[in-house]
Design a protein around this ligand. Structure first.
Ligand code: BTN
Length: 224
């Protein structure tokens, strides 16, 4: 469902702007909130998302779905591939090239609407360990990318197709990882797969543990 684009020069966070617009009855599923910059862009786990002018900062208002965090990653990867980039997906949905972060996705809920917040570094890499499209020789027009992401997010895909597309781009599967989950001790193991609910299957000394949410770190050696 293609809706309105709510455009702003600057906002604290497009996630917050989307919440406000929804609470005022001015935004609905299908709409997008887009800003040129954010003063308090948010990443997962309360991290900051640096948002200087020149990047893409958007929140897509979508109907919720089981595999949404993964299908959003697939949609962004497919959109970037239209521009000649070859991004990988670090579980659950970091967009990476050569182990550096090009973009990130956060999924939040307001009632039955999912707020899919997407940030992509286009012309500057704001942090050590991040990259941008320009560093890979690709100059991307933000609004053209926005439309490409929107089209990919709105495309109908069977769950099996989402999982296959996700797995073919995963840079996590097969690696030794640790996963931080709230106050629990970190879980160490080898990422072995993704189940039909989108959970990461981690092989530990105690067997396979399915993880639905957490902060995943790639460790240096490959899994056996
Ligand atoms: C992450 O990798 O931790 C997720 C980053 C998500 C950043 C985007 S930018 C647009 C939207 N507004 C925000 O405040 N965050 C998301």
């Amino acid at each position: 469902m293609i809706g309105e684009i709510h455009r702003f020069d600057t906002v604290t966070s497009t996630q917050e702007a989307a919440r406000l617009l929804i609470s005022e009855g001015r935004a609905k599923a299908g709409d997008v909130v887009l800003a040129d910059s954010q003063t308090a862009g948010r990443g997962r786990f309360g991290r900051e998302w640096r948002s200087p002018i020149g990047g893409l900062y958007a929140t897509f208002l979508l109907e919720d779905g089981t595999l949404l965090p993964l299908s959003a990653g697939v949609a962004v990867a497919l959109a970037l591939e239209r521009f000649g980039l070859k991004p990988g997906l670090k579980w659950p949905n970091d967009i990476v090239i050569d182990k550096k972060k090009l973009g990130g996705i956060i999924v939040e809920k307001v009632g039955d609407i999912a707020l899919v917040g997407i940030g992509i570094n286009l012309s500057t890499a704001p942090l050590k360990g991040s990259t941008c499209a320009l560093e890979h020789g690709v100059m991307i027009d933000r609004d053209t990318l926005l439309e490409a992401i929107r089209a990919e997010l709105e495309a109908e895909r069977e769950e099996g197709e989402v999982l296959a597309s996700y797995l073919s781009r995963s840079v996590t599967i097969g690696l030794r990882i640790s996963v931080k989950r709230g106050n629990l001790p970190p879980l160490f193991g080898i990422a072995r797969g993704i189940d039909e609910e989108g959970r990461l299957l981690v092989e530990t000394g105690l067997g396979i543990v399915p993880i639905s949410s957490g902060d995943c770190f790639h460790l240096l050696s490959r899994g056996g």
